[in-house]
Design a protein. Sequence first.
Length: 250
Amino acid sequence: MSDRTLVALPVYNEEAHIPQVLTQVLAHADDVLVVNDGSSDGTAEALRAFEDRVCIETHPVNLGYGAALRTAFEHAVRYGYDVLVTIDCDGQHQPTLIREIAALVDDPANPVDMVSGSRYLQDFHDNSVAPADRRRINMQITHCINQKLGFEITDSFCGFKAYRVSALADLEITETGYAMPLQLWIQAADLHWRVSEFAIPLVYLDEERSFGGSLDDAAVRLNHYRAVLNAELSRRGMKERFTTECGQIA
């Protein structure tokens, strides 16, 4: 892993997972940032046990998953890191893979600006079964992204990623919620980022995790994602637009 690699975890109400996940992350990373996104449970207390080993940035109120990642991006740029790895704190990602995914950014054979984890690139023998509506929406949105933006990805929503920090300075992230990765893909295409995927196991520990309010309804969530894609394409002045081909939940 690069001498200047930062591993960042966006955290919202994860007191149950913090002790185990952070202990594992610290075994595979030198510099760790936790963005506590206005947690209302015991997250802040759980983080105190690690405050001498990790950097903690706290949002006074919950701003959203995208906002937490934006804070991580800004931190990595501000402090001059070379590579940023983002990993969720809910136990779905494997800290043992941190150094491997970070190294791929500067792979001599194929240097890239972003390495995106994929839960569908390879069938691991102990994979979980994804909730049907989440898998279906992911497939539909991923297909649209590939068709419109020229990517060949298999998982548009995975939070386990590695970034070249110098590229992050060009992003303009305004989407603060769970749809932020879709804005990211459009900007990556517009900025001509070099992108590769990295196979990771599919693990679901909390299939009932809420997206917040009406977004827990699959059809509403898909339409929201399509609206975010449309708005970002329009904002970036790109001619292609996502329309009905993104489909509806049957």
